[in-house]
Design a protein around this ligand. Structure first.
Ligand code: AMP
Ligand code: GLY
Length: 423
């Protein structure tokens, strides 16, 4: 298949590596990509991933069989709508269905109407409304920007002044959401949908805070692991958990969007908290999660291209369920100095070959570029080390051995990824 992957992060690199690992000889194209992606796919020069006309023209003229949209921005810009109008199979929802991620208010409405369990939330438009909502919903305070904020628009704090200051930052550009704090472990569960049928992938857990012990600010994600062995204690098995979320969350949302005439064709990412009173949704995303994709796809044993093509062409019902290895997978993000607030970029990145030669380790690049002096870091989250092992102790050991080979001045990473599930 000729497949175009839009995006430039470690998630897109992981998708490309999973497509290449099928051994089916796919013709892989990417835009805009990064230095790591360029080693595994052909970069389409100058193609603006957020331009529906340009992407559609290119995909049509290059006879692309399938377009996979990685990030949310092209979805919100209507890239998937334009491709679908031209009859080009695309894995990614149209701009209305993508509002599940783009607008927290839209997501809350759909959840309310579809009967999906979620926390209480108040939409506040002024300082006074924020103050009333903070008092009503109590501590810890959860304050969110309504639109896209790359995981950084949220504050969870006991400090009322900090909550108010955070609300002030976003109030000038629109309403903010004040949410009930949900206590419990977090799970990311991905569903592939053709607008009608859904197929779940294997669950993962993301580490959102910048530093060890869940200290520091929220980030786009500092690491992840999959599967989640502790789900069996509460749900009997991973399959039991997945079946419950499919029935109570994914299917109602997919049915609801279909009934509204805006079917969701793509990846429904359910961000869940397992509270004492049941599973609750904290957010939806309309695309694969980053960095969870790096561990989920590392364990996928069935062909990714067939699954995504079946979803893009409306024939998921006749597609077998995806299958996963029993391996433990761990990914650790290497971040630039100053991430997430003010990442320092342009510094040299070395030791990657030695890192990738550690057994069962591969690297997914997030923000890298080739310079005359070699590879440099170009953003906050620079790359992911991805390691598999028979258990989490082995996978962690491999991931951190590989990380130790990599040098990037001032960089930081968490040292406790998957520690809670290792012996
Ligand atoms: P979001 O951007 O909505 O995914 O929020 C980012 C992170 O903030 C989540 O992954 C949670 O760790 C935390 N968070 C967001 N909303 C809540 C909530 N209502 N209760 C507890 N934690 C939350
Ligand atoms: N890992 C969080 C996200 O992809 O939004």
């Amino acid at each position: 298949m000729k497949i175009l992957v839009l995006g430039s992060g470690a998630r897109e690199h992981a998708i490309i590596l999973a497509l290449a690992a099928e051994g089916a000889g796919h013709d892989l194209l990417a835009a805009p990509g990064n230095a790591g992606i360029a080693r595994d796919a052909e970069i389409v020069p100058g193609l603006d991933q957020n331009d529906p006309v340009a992407v559609t023209e290119f995909a049509g003229s290059a006879n692309v069989d399938l377009v996979i949209v990685g990030p949310e921005a092209p979805l919100i810009a209507g890239v998937a709508d334009a491709l679908r109008e031209r009859g080009i199979p695309v894995f990614g929802p149209g701009k209305v269905a993508a509002q599940l991620e783009g607008s927290k208010a839209f997501a809350k409405r759909v959840m309310d109407e579809a009967g999906v369990p979620t926390g209480r939330a108040v939409r506040a438009r002024s300082r006074a409304e924020v103050e009333t909502a903070l008092d009503e919903l109590g501590t810890p305070h959860v304050v969110k920007a309504d639109g896209l904020a790359a995981g950084k628009g949220v504050i969870v704090t006991d400090d009322r002044e900090a909550a108010l200051a955070h609300a002030d930052t976003y109030l000038s550009s629109g309403p903010v959401l004040i949410e009930e704090f949900l206590a419990g472990p977090e799970v990311s569960l991905f569903f592939v949908s053709d607008g009608d049928t859904v197929r779940a992938l294997s669950p993962a857990q993301d580490y959102k805070r910048a530093y060890d012990g869940d200290a520091g600010p929220n980030t786009g994600g500092m690491g992840a692991y999959s599967p989640l062995p502790w789900l069996a204690d509460r749900f009997g098995s991973e399959a039991g958990f997945v079946a419950e979320v499919t029935r109570d969350v994914a299917e109602p949302v997919i049915r609801h969007l279909d009934a509204e005439g805006t079917p969701f064709i793509g990846l429904l990412y359910a961000g869940l908290i397992l509270t004492e009173s049941g599973i609750k949704v904290i957010e939806f995303n309309a695309r694969f999660g980053d960095p969870e994709t790096q561990v989920v796809l590392a364990r996928l044993t069935s062909p990714l291209s067939e699954l995504l093509m079946a979803a893009a062409s409306g024939r998921l019902e006749s597609e077998p369920d995806p299958t996963f290895s029993d391996d433990a997978a761990v990914t650790v993000v290497l971040a630039s100095e100053g991430y997430p607030d003010n990442p320092v970029t342009g510094r040299a990145l070395t030791g990657l070959d030695a890192a990738a030669s550690v057994e069962s380790v591969h690297l997914a690049h997030a923000a890298t570029a080739e310079s005359v002096d070699g590879l440099v870091a170009t953003g906050g989250r620079v790359l992911n080390v991805v390691a598999r092992g028979a258990d989490f102790t082995e996978a962690r050991d491999r991931a951190y051995r590989a990380l130790a080979e990599i040098s990037l001045e001032g960089s930081h990473h968490r040292t406790d990824i998957a520690a809670r599930v290792a012996d």
